[in-house]
Design a protein around this ligand. Structure first.
Ligand code: ADP
Ligand code: MG
Length: 165
């Protein structure tokens, strides 16, 4: 498998709503397996407490990438990491230190507040959030934002940015 891991630390910092964002990695993957394995690599870069926002249309690969990240962080097989689109939050790890959240079905800010996302981050956890962009800035400050783009049936572009407040 070819890897095009690229640390573009020398790039000009981008401005974003949350402050400065610096691109950490950009990768084009060519299969779900490659995306999972990229997720495992990314897991090594995440120091808790950390909120990770995943943005991208349905089918862009957010859950697939999270499988790799969570499998690595929680030391479990990736098959055990499933989409929380109905349950909203899945908890992993011995002490609940990794949470996978999917806000796709959340209707409004009130529903959002019942999830207690701030508390999870306060516990020193890694919190991975799909569809966070639906709520503007109404949830914990992200430290990493991952954008996924559909390029073709098996191709996805994955851009990982570190957000500095
Ligand atoms: P999302 O959570 O963004 O809705 P999923 O990860 O659930 O997306 O689904 C992505 C779909 O695209 C899966 O069916 C997966 O098998 C397929 N796929 C094809 N190529 C890739 C790739 N390179 N990376 C990730 N998923 C891919
Ligand atoms: Mg998903």
């Amino acid at each position: 498998m070819t890897h095009t891991l690229m640390d573009s630390g020398g790039q000009r910092p981008l401005r974003s709503a949350e402050g400065h964002a610096r691109i950490l990695f950009q990768r084009v993957t060519h299969s779900p397996e490659e995306t999972v394995s990229f997720g495992r690599e990314l897991a090594r870069e995440l120091q808790p407490p950390c909120t990770v926002l995943l943005e991208g249309e349905l089918g862009s690969g957010k859950t697939t990438l999270v499988k790799g990240i969570v499998a690595s962080l929680a030391c479990i097989p990736e098959e055990e990491v499933t989409s929380p689109s109905f349950t909203l939050v899945h908890e992993y790890g011995d002490q609940g230190k990794v949470y996978h959240v999917d806000l796709y079905r959340i209707e409004g800010g009130r529903d959002l507040s019942t999830l207690g996302l701030d508390d999870l981050v306060g516990e020193g956890a890694t919190v991975l959030i799909e569809w966070g962009e639906k709520f503007g800035g109404d949830f914990p400050e992200p430290c990493v934002r991952i954008r996924l783009e559909y390029l073709g049936s098996d191709e996805r572009r994955i851009i990982v940015e570190r957000v500095e407040a």
